[in-house]
Ligand binder design. Structure first.
Ligand code: TXE
Length: 486
């Protein structure tokens, strides 16, 4: 296959990098060169932000809520018509199973576009009447907003931010991950085909330090929505804060799956395996620490091991593959470093731990078997640092208090999944977990209306439903005096 050329998308059309530079996009499963991608820098960011401001001053700024909602709906329909192509781009860029991209990534991207079209149509605004005056609140777009997205769920997360940002009338400059650039360009193309005015949605490709940072720092950007690693999030906050920009940070996690002895253990074992290994364990919500009541620990661990041993790691294009490649060789090196650390810290690899033997062209791919480690102290590095790969640790606890202390004993606080048949315990524990999201007897069961986000080092702010519409707008109160002297 001849590598594609992926350009920025600025002011309604594809644009070369001002510097003329490009970088390579490769398939981590095969090493195949997929595309030469425009390598953005501050000059490209300037052009994109300027285009956004022109759009706001012109046709885009004059659109109604209904027109913007209809634009998102048309874009959703266009994406649906090209869903297979989008899923393939996502699978090739990231190494994830094509079946997963078809089942999860692309349908969710379509759902995001449709959901926020509906949400904005139905959004009202508060009114606070006084005896002699009427207050009403209007929501105005922030202006030009920066959307910085990661590689694990590229189009899913970009649409999660772009749909509400556009619905509220902002102009967008998106900086997708350099590892998964192609579906962002596809989205720009589809929005334009659906009728988005020039400059409403721009994409600048490139690396974090060269393109992401100038975008976060740009004086013309009024809001930054970032999803990515915690260390990067701290840098984004540092760069954006002096400009008093609105900031939403969705960062890492080290989420616990808590399994009590009274749970439906078959369902819990299925759930714990799904939570640990979906998307090769590269979802911020993945349950990478499985905390199991001591009385059932050994039995439950065996049940998980049996399930994990049945998972197939291999060709992302093969519908029988449960896991594909990790995002890159560098990332696999990091994950394998944690497997070495786990052994040094006294852990036992119960299943997995190696690279699968695959035939060319997959033999050099960034594959790693799904791995369960037991026997580690719950406070050790392997059990408390974000690995973001197909590795989960399993630990026993003696009672609810210890389970909660272990679950809360990390610097992250994104989500938890809790398995029990005891209703009172479910509510009690949910209230005591220091996280932004708790699932009871399920995992990653999503309703797009609910708040999404973390506490502690998992982030700041909430997105989802009305929270997203609120983030991507400024509330302005208008107080109208009713004519009586006050
Ligand atoms: O993400 P980065 P990386 C975690 C996971 C992973 C680690 C690092 O633990 O191992 O983060 O992954 C852009 N200014 N998550 O390095 O760097 C970057 O170009 C502005 C969790 O791939 O955080 C990309 O577009 N932007 C996570 C985006 O930030 C910068 C998903 C995310 O990249 C920048 C991914 C800078 N200085 C990784 N530096 C989740 N929460 O889902 C980088 N970027």
């Amino acid at each position: 296959m001849t590598p594609a050329r992926v350009l920025h998308f600025i002011d309604g059309g594809p644009a070369e990098a001002a510097s003329g530079a490009s970088f390579e996009d490769r398939d981590p499963a095969t090493g195949e060169l997929l595309a030469h991608v425009a390598r953005g820098d501050a000059a490209d960011v300037d052009r994109a932000v300027d285009a956004g401001h022109r759009a706001l001053a012109g046709a885009w700024g004059a659109t109604s809520v209904d027109e913007r909602a209809a634009l998102l709906e048309r874009t959703a329909a266009l994406l649906e018509a090209r869903a297979d192509e989008a899923a393939l781009l996502e699978s090739e860029d990231s190494g994830k199973p094509l079946a997963l991209a078809r089942r999860l990534d692309i349908p969710r991207a379509i759902a995001n576009l449709r959901f926020f079209a509906q949400a904005v149509r139905q959004a009202g605004a508060p009114c606070h009447p006084m005896a002699d005056a009427l207050n009403y609140t209007v929501r105005k777009p922030l202006g030009v907003v920066a959307l910085i997205t990661p590689w694990n769920l590229p189009l899913y997360l970009l649409t999660w931010k772009a749909a509400p940002a556009l619905a509220m009338g902002n102009a967008v400059v998106a900086k997708p991950s350099e590892l998964t650039p192609r579906t962002a360009s596809l989205l720009a193309e589809l929005l334009t085909e659906a009728g988005a005015p020039s400059g409403a949605f721009n994409v600048v490709h490139g690396f974090g330090a060269e393109a992401g940072e100038p975008l976060c720092a740009h004086a013309g950007v009024r809001g930054v929505s970032f999803t990515g690693g915690t260390a990067t999030g701290a840098r984004v906050a540092q760069v954006a804060a002096p400009g008093f920009k609105k900031l939403s940070l969705e960062l890492g996690g080290k989420n616990a799956t808590l399994v009590f002895a009274d749970a439906d253990l078959e369902a819990a074992a299925d759930g714990a395996v799904r939570a640990a290994f979906t998307n090769q364990g590269q979802i911020c919500l993945c349950g990478s620490r499985v905390l199991v009541e001591a009385s059932i620990h050994d039995r439950f661990l065996d049940a998980m091991v049996a399930r994990v041993a049945r998972l197939r790691t291999g060709d992302p294009r093969d519908p029988a593959s449960d896991l594909g490649a990790l995002i890159s060789h560098a990332h696999r090196d990091k994950v394998e470093g944690y497997l070495r650390l786990a052994r040094e810290e006294g852990g036992t690899v119960r299943v997995g731990g190696g690279r699968p033997a695959l035939q060319p062209p997959l033999d050099g791919g960034a594959f790693l078997e799904p791995t369960l480690v037991s026997g580690l102290a719950p406070g050790c590095r392997t059990a408390t640092e974000e690995i973001f790969g197909p590795v989960a640790t399993v630990h026993p606890f003696t009672d609810e208090a210890e389970a909660l202390a272990m679950a809360n004993g990390v610097r992250y606080g994104l989500s938890a999944s809790l398995w029990t048949r005891d209703l009172a315990r479910a509510h009690r524990a949910a209230a005591r977990l220091d996280v932004g999201m708790v699932w009871v007897n399920t995992w990653l069961h999503r309703d797009l209306r609910v708040p999404f986000g973390g506490v502690k080092q998992s982030g700041v702010g909430r997105e989802g439903g009305g929270w997203s519409l609120e983030f991507f707008s400024e509330a302005v109160n208008v107080c109208v005096h009713l004519g009586e002297r006050s």
